[in-house]
Each structure stands twice: as structure tokens, then as C-alpha cells.
Ligand binder design. Structure first.
Ligand code: ATP
Ligand code: MG
Ligand code: FE
Length: 346
């Protein structure tokens, strides 16, 4: 069965073809980052319009790369939510109109389920059950995953998401948007002893997180500089602040993963979402895994942030378990707000 996946929840247009027999056949992505950069964040209306511009050329690309005609598609999976309403509408209308034209069924996929299952696309996928750390631009959650759609939320952020904390702190250091990768690179050159920032909720004895205080701590450090103006902070000191921030957030994320594994007795940890691409987080989790004897799994780097492959894959997983999950009712409805635990088990 060949599933076309369509992702358009935020600022990436992603399409992919996944074959349940042969695996991922092709994928194509357009990131709007450069377009939103000058506004310091995603502008929803611009995002929707750009999805419209990009979607059909990307569809042609994935078909050409897989060397298949559109008629070979057996079902179409699209991101139904959560995300920006206008952006979601572009992907869902493309999916439903194409499905109508091809006389194939459609399936709305939960974006976070896409992220969560993305490590299963890798060459050595984990088996269920596992603990999942979902660290993206809009979410930070620890989940117990017993199967497709069988998710138990153990804890989540009470305020900012991890990716948001990376981006906001990077912005304070004048590193542009989205600054996660930039602050991570800069931190490599920082002195770990220069600034010790707070580790919010490290000892809270639950699986929740809070990162808005950490961002405020970065702001305080920046403001304490004589120059007052970030442009005047020397590069080395910026790197030191970046290092202080990264060390703090990585320590909290690692500690909560370790305690979730201990609490549940599970031995597998899966990391998903954009911050899962972070080199310091991966190094810290790998070190903890070696010490505490658990295994840690990551998506391929290119599938950490938003992409069509994870949506095609999540759709295929659901359809394999329940062919009735797809519908020929092409009247789509998007779900900009959609808690993951409202999903039904497959
Ligand atoms: P959600 O999935 O919650 O709706 P999103 O789709 O915007 O949010 P993702 O695409 O999964 O989120 O991830 C984007 C986030 O990942 C951004 O905040 C970005 O800064 C962060 N990020 C990406 N690469 C890195 C990295 N190497 N280090 C730290 N953060 C990173
Ligand atoms: Mg994005
Ligand atoms: Fe995402």
C-alpha cells in the first residue's frame, strides 16, 4: 500500500510517499524559514499562501523521485491538526481534492503522532512500549507509548516548549529566527563555568517542565551587561551565555527522561521533534543511556523537524492496523487545537 503524506501545519510544506512494503519511497520539503525570518516568527497568513504556492510542485517532485504516476497512490494522509488553521486548510484541501480526483480514501493525521512515530522510520526502529520525549517548537511532553494511538501523558511543560525556549533565548542573543540550531552551535564555544542558569523543576518529582524562567534568566544575564545592547556583548560572552542556557535545559530534559524510565521500568527512550536534532541533548541522553543501561532512539536528523514523511508513515501505520480509518467523505475539517490523548488507539 502506497500512502501519500501531506504536512502543512506550520511553516514547512512536506510531501512524501511511503510504501508499507518497501518503506519510504520519496519525500520533498519546502521550509518557509527564510520568509518568516524578517518578522522574527511565523506569520500565519504568509504561511498559508506559501503552502498554496509550494504544494503542487512538491507533489510532482515526490511522484517523479519515486517514478510513479499519481494513480499508484492508495491513500492520502494529511496533517489535520494541531497547527495554524489556515495552513492546515491548505494541506487538507489538497489531500481531499486529490483523493476525490483519484477516487482514493483520505485520513487526517495528528501532527504530534507524526513526530512521535518518526523514529520508527529509522533503520533500527524501537519496539513498543517505550518512553517518548517529544520536544518541538510548540510542545514538550513525556509519554508512555504502548502502540500506535496508545499514548499516556506522563508530564508536559507548564509554559514554554523546549523549542520555544531555544528560539526565545537565541533571539535575546541576537541570533535570528528560529535560533535553536544557532544557539546550540554557539554554545559549543562557551565556557560551562561562566554562567550557571537555573534548572527549572529539576527536583519537582513529577514529569512536568517549565522553561519560561530559564528564558527570563537569559534575559537577566543579557541586561546585566554594561553595554545594555546585545550587539556590544562580545562573541565569547555570548557563547558563554548560550552554553549556560543549553547546559541547563539539557540537564532538565535528561533528568526527567531518566526518571520517567525508572518510574515505568521501561528500557527504551524515543526522542522526537525539532529539539531532538540538538547535539548537546543527544550527547547527554547517550551518556545517560550508557550509564543507566537503556537504549535511546532518534529520528533521522532531517525528520526531527516538520516533514511529510512522518505524516505518510503515521497514516500508513494506522491504515495497516485499520483499513477503515480512511474515508471517502472528502468534506475536511481541520483541528488547530487537538490534544494528543484524544486520539483513539489504532
Ligand atoms: P509542533 O510540532 O509542536 O507544532 P513545530 O512543528 O514548529 O512545533 P518542530 O518543527 O518539531 O516544531 O521543531 C522546530 C523547533 O526545533 C524550533 O523551535 C527550532 O529552534 C528547534 N530546533 C531545531 N533544530 C534544533 C537544534 N539543533 N537545537 C535546538 N533546537 C532546535
Ligand atoms: Mg517549522
Ligand atoms: Fe512539528
Amino acid at each position: 500500500m502506497i500512502v501519500l503524506g501531506v504536512e502543512s501545519s506550520c511553516d514547512e510544506t512536506g510531501l512524501a510517499l511511503y510504501d508499507t512494503g518497501r518503506g519510504l519511497l520519496s519525500h520533498a520539503l519546502h521550509s518557509q524559514v527564510a520568509m518568516h525570518e524578517e518578522y522574527g516568527g511565523v506569520v500565519p497568513e504568509l504561511a498559508s499562501r506559501d503552502h498554496i504556492r509550494r504544494a503542487l510542485p512538491l507533489l510532482e517532485q515526490v511522484l517523479a523521485k519515486a517514478d510513479l504516476p499519481a494513480s499508484c497512490i492508495d491513500a492520502i494522509a494529511y496533517t489535520q491538526g494541531p497547527g495554524l488553521a489556515g495552513a492546515l486548510l491548505v494541506g487538507s484541501s489538497l489531500a481531499c481534492s486529490l483523493a476525490l480526483a483519484l477516487d482514493k480514501p483520505v485520513l487526517g493525521v495528528h501532527h504530534l503522532e507524526g513526530h512521535l512515530l518518526s523514529p520508527l522510520l529509522a533503520s533500527e526502529p524501537p519496539e513498543f512500549p517505550f518512553i517518548a520525549l517529544l520536544v518541538s517548537g510548540g510542545h514538550t511532553q513525556l509519554m508512555r507509548v504502548d502502540g500506535v494511538g496508545r499514548y499516556t501523558l506522563l508530564g508536559e511543560t507548564l509554559d514554554d516548549a523546549a523549542g520555544e525556549a531555544f528560539d526565545k533565548s537565541a533571539k535575546l542573543l541576537g541570533l535570528g529566527y528560529p535560533g535553536g540550531p544557532a544557539i546550540s552551535r554557539l554554545a559549543e564555544f562557551g565556557d560551562p563555568l561562566a554562567y550557571t542558569l537555573p534548572r527549572p523543576m529539576l527536583h519537582s518529582k513529577d514529569f512536568n517542565f517549565s522553561f519560561s524562567g530559564l528564558k527570563t534568566a537569559v534575559l537577566t544575564v543579557v541586561k546585566n551587561h554594561d553595554e545594555k545592547v546585545i550587539a556590544n556583548i562580545c562573541e565569547q560572552d555570548k557563547a558563554n551565555i548560550a552554553r549556560g542556557f543549553v547546559d541547563a535545559i539539557v540537564e532538565v530534559l535528561t533528568a526527567k527522561c531518566v526518571s520517567a524510565l525508572r518510574h515505568t521500568g521501561l528500557k527504551r527512550l524515543v526522542v522526537a521533534g525539532g529539539v531532538g536534532a540538538n547535539a548537546q541533548l543527544r550527547a547527554s541522553l547517550n551518556a545517560a543511556a550508557a550509564k543507566k543501561k537503556f537504549k535511546v532512539y532518534y529520528p533521522e536528523l532531517e525528520f526531527c523537524t516538520d516533514n511529510g514523511a512522518m505524516i505518510a508513515f503515521a497514516g500508513a501505520m494506522r491504515l495497516q492496523r485499520d483499513p477503515g480509518a480512511a474515508t471517502r467523505n472528502y468534506s475536511f475539517d481541520v483541528r488547530p487545537r487537538w490534544p494528543l490523548d484524544e486520539l483513539e488507539a489504532a
